[in-house]
Structures are given as structure tokens and as C-alpha cells.
Design a protein around this ligand. Structure first.
Ligand SMILES: Cc1ncc(COP(=O)(O)O)c(C=O)c1O
Length: 412
């Protein structure tokens, strides 16, 4: 399989994804469900299958397949470090998914804290970055939340009022998986620095659309999930160098005790981890340059530019339709993820998605686990919103088809 080379042609990129040529009832599928997990290129599928064909074994043995597995894990840690611009693969831990890693991290952190210490979460975040922290109330930790404005943007004044000397950690989503809002993580970093609190970023939504740089934002922890960026279901955790070794995550005495292994319980999904490396290389293949980091950065420049163009076209088309209200800002905003959510005066999100699905347009309805944002805006009472997500493989035909089907549903 040839790799994708810049300047990139989306039609060529699409040939790497076998599922894009799938038809149902003779109709091609329009995949707008990327925020819940993207489609996977053939390179990732091949890497997973290659691992099972050649090197399937546990790690840390004297024999060839175990050594190959060790090498694969280390190479993938290094690739993830480049993906996040972390200083080294030793800052990268693997897990089942973001949620599981966040619970482990949270349970380790609380052992260092005392009753009365505070954690700040947001109304915008996915429950995976709220509930682990909310649970700490049982141990006397005070959990506060940063308000979200009805526009789907965080209330930064509220944030600065709620961060104080007792704040130990701010758990913040970098981008919202419901409104597409990109949060001002640099501002929050400044506020946490003033009081010596940790900054933990949920980059699950962000890392699928933009180049992620943990050193530039200077966060202490960052979590993301490879199945949102063309890879398999593997959770990824970045911890600032040296920090994980100061924590006490639940683990076995028989496992490696040092970072990054310290928080990795049980046997990892080695085959899927082979797929993570392939997904990162796939994105790098969309870029230019000699080193993986440069290729990833330019690869994401392509992804962000293309996705924004597709998302703006979709947004402008939907905007013209009667009875539609968006949850989230428009695309005049310079940094915004290509994820569009809306509700309709009379039709529920469920009804809209059901009818879209009949024409093989795949979109989600509801709250997508960002439930608090729908509670505080009253959208939950309407059954939430319809969400459409753009991915690197979305093309203009997808947008035209979606707008045509949506028009037929709304003008019926
Ligand atoms: C913004 C965000 N955070 C966290 C999660 C949870 O990720 P995982 O499924 O890896 O636990 C998701 C999943 O949809 C998400 O969109």
C-alpha cells in the first residue's frame, strides 16, 4: 500500500479506508460519527493483523516474539511521545481507554490530598473527566465546577473565581466533544500556576483534529484515546517527567514499579498498540518533513484545514434550514473543532438521526456523555442534540448528501 503524500488529495486519502467503500442497501455510508470513533485505514488493520501473525506473545521474555513485543511497545511509546510532543516515551502509559486511566490516576492522586483540598472540573466536560473527580467528595475533597455559558463556551471569570490556594488540580477538556469549543488551556494553566495546582487535560476530542503539544501548554497530565484518531481502542496517558513516580496507583507488587509502567495494570493489548503506532504513522504520512514530529505537525495542518472547510460548509448549509438552533459557536471563531451539534424546534434529535440513518448518514443523538452541558442548558429535556463530526476522510460529497437528506427530513 502506498503511503499518502502531501499535497494531499482527499479522494486518495479515502482509498486507504476500506470501510468507506461499504454500501448498505446499495447506498454508500456517510460517516459523521467520528467523534465517537473514526474509521480505520488499512495500514492500521494490517499492523494489528501482522502482530498476531508474527509476534503474538507476552512481554519480557528471552525469546524472539517476546523481544519483538517489547520493542513494539517501546517504539509505540516513542511515537506517542512525538504525537504529543512529550520529551520522551517514558512519559507515556497505555491503558484500556481514557476513562479507565483517568480513574486510576484520580485514585492515585487523592492519596496525596487531604479533606478540604479542592478539585475544579467543568460543566462542559465529558463525564470521563468529571465523575472520577466528583467521586472524591466521599473522601472529603471539595469538587467545584467551572460554569459553561449558554453559547457553549467556558465562563473564564467563573474559573478565576473558583481557583484558589486549596485547589490541587483542574481537570479540563481541551476541546468539547459536543460543541466543538476549544478551551483556553493556556489561560487555565496560568491560573493553576499561580496556586501551584496540577493541570490535567482531556485531549480525547482535541487530539483527533489538531497537533497536540504537551510542552507548549505545560500540562501535568494529558489523556487521549487512539480510536478517535484512526487507531484502535487504546487509552493514552502523558504524565510530566518524574511525576508518575511520585504517585501511588493501584498495582500489583509483581509488575514494573517505575514510570511509565507503574499505572499499567495487567497485560496490555499488544496488537492494538501495534495499531496505535500505525495510526500515528498514517497521520504523519499526510505531512511533510524528515522527522516524525514535523510530519505529524504538517499532517495535522492538512487535517485541521480540510476539516474546517468541510465543517464550515456543513454549518452554513444547516444554518439555512428552518427551525434549527446550534449548540456551540460558528466558524468565525479561529480555533474550533469540526464538530457540529444542533436541535430542532419540533423534531427530536433521535428522530432526526433515525431518519438520517435510513439514508446511511451516520450521526449521533443525545448528550454523548457530555451530559452536564446539556443539563445546564436544558437541552437534556429535549433529548439532547444531533451531532455531526467531520474527519480527515469527509469529502464534499458527504456534505452535499447530508444536507440533501436533512432538507428532506425537515421540509417534509
Ligand atoms: C472528550 C472525551 N473525553 C473522554 C472520552 C472517553 O474516552 P474513552 O472512551 O477512551 O474512555 C470521550 C469519548 O467519547 C470523549 O469524547
Amino acid at each position: 500500500m502506498s503511503s499518502v503524500h502531501a499535497p494531499i488529495d482527499v479522494q486518495q486519502l479515502r482509498t486507504h479506508f476500506p470501510s468507506l467503500s461499504r454500501t448498505v442497501h446499495d447506498e454508500i455510508i456517510t460517516y459523521l460519527d467520528g467523534p465517537a470513533g473514526t474509521q480505520v485505514p488499512i495500514e492500521v488493520i494490517k499492523a494489528i493483523s501482522h502482530y498476531y501473525k508474527t509476534s503474538n506473545s507476552n512481554s519480557h521474555g528471552y525469546f524472539t516474539t517476546a523481544k519483538e513485543t517489547d520493542l513494539l511497545l517501546q517504539e509505540t511509546r516513542n511515537a506517542v511521545a512525538d504525537f504529543l510532543n512529550a520529551p520522551s516515551g517514558d512519559c507515556i502509559s497505555f491503558g484500556q481507554n481514557m476513562t479507565t486511566l483517568n480513574f486510576s490516576l484520580c485514585n492515585a492522586l487523592v492519596k496525596k490530598w487531604n479533606p478540604g483540598d479542592e478539585v475544579l472540573i467543568t460543566q462542559m466536560d465529558h463525564e470521563a473527566n468529571r465523575q472520577p473527580w466528583i467521586k472524591l467528595k466521599d473522601q472529603g475533597i471539595v469538587v467545584k465546577e467551572i460554569n459553561m455559558l449558554p453559547t457553549g463556551v467556558l465562563d473564564y471569570e467563573d474559573a478565576s473565581k473558583k481557583i484558589n490556594e486549596r485547589t490541587k488540580l483542574v481537570a479540563l477538556g481541551w476541546a468539547s466533544n459536543i460543541t466543538g469549543t476549544v478551551n483556553d488551556v493556556r489561560l487555565i494553566r496560568e491560573l493553576t500556576k499561580q496556586v501551584g495546582a496540577y493541570l490535567l487535560l482531556d485531549a480525547v476530542h482535541y487530539a483527533a483534529h489538531f497537533s497536540t503539544d504537551v510542552q507548549a501548554v505545560d500540562c501535568d497530565f494529558l489523556l487521549c484515546s487512539a480510536y478517535k484518531f484512526y487507531g484502535p481502542h487504546v487509552g493514552l496517558l502523558y504524565c510530566r517527567q518524574g511525576l508518575l513516580d511520585t504517585l501511588d496507583p493501584d498495582r500489583l507488587r509483581t509488575q514494573a514499579q517505575e514510570a511509565p509502567y507503574r499505572i499499567e495494570t495487567g497485560t496490555l493489548n499488544h496488537a492494538a498498540i501495534a495499531g496505535v503506532k500505525a495510526a500515528i504513522n498514517f497521520i504523519a504520512g499526510l505531512g511533510t518533513g524528515n522527522q516524525l514530529k514535523n510530519k505529524l505537525k504538517t499532517g495535522f495542518e492538512f487535517i485541521a484545514g480540510h476539516e474546517r472547510a468541510m465543517a464550515s460548509m456543513l454549518y452554513d448549509g444547516i444554518k439555512k434550514m428552518p427551525g434549527i438552533h446550534f449548540f456551540g459557536t460558528d466558524f468565525s471563531n479561529s480555533e474550533r473543532a469540526p464538530t457540529i451539534s444542533f436541535y430542532h424546534d419540533t423534531l427530536s434529535a433521535q428522530e432526526i438521526c433515525k431518519q438520517l440513518a435510513e439514508k446511511q448518514v451516520q450521526a449521533w443523538s443525545g448528550h454523548f456523555y457530555a451530559i452536564r452541558s446539556t443539563e445546564v442548558t436544558g437541552l437534556i429535556e429535549r433529548g439532547g442534540v444531533t451531532r455531526m463530526g467531520i474527519s480527515a476522510y469527509t469529502n464534499t460529497a458527504d456534505i452535499h448528501r447530508t444536507l440533501d437528506v436533512l432538507k428532506k427530513i425537515l421540509y417534509k
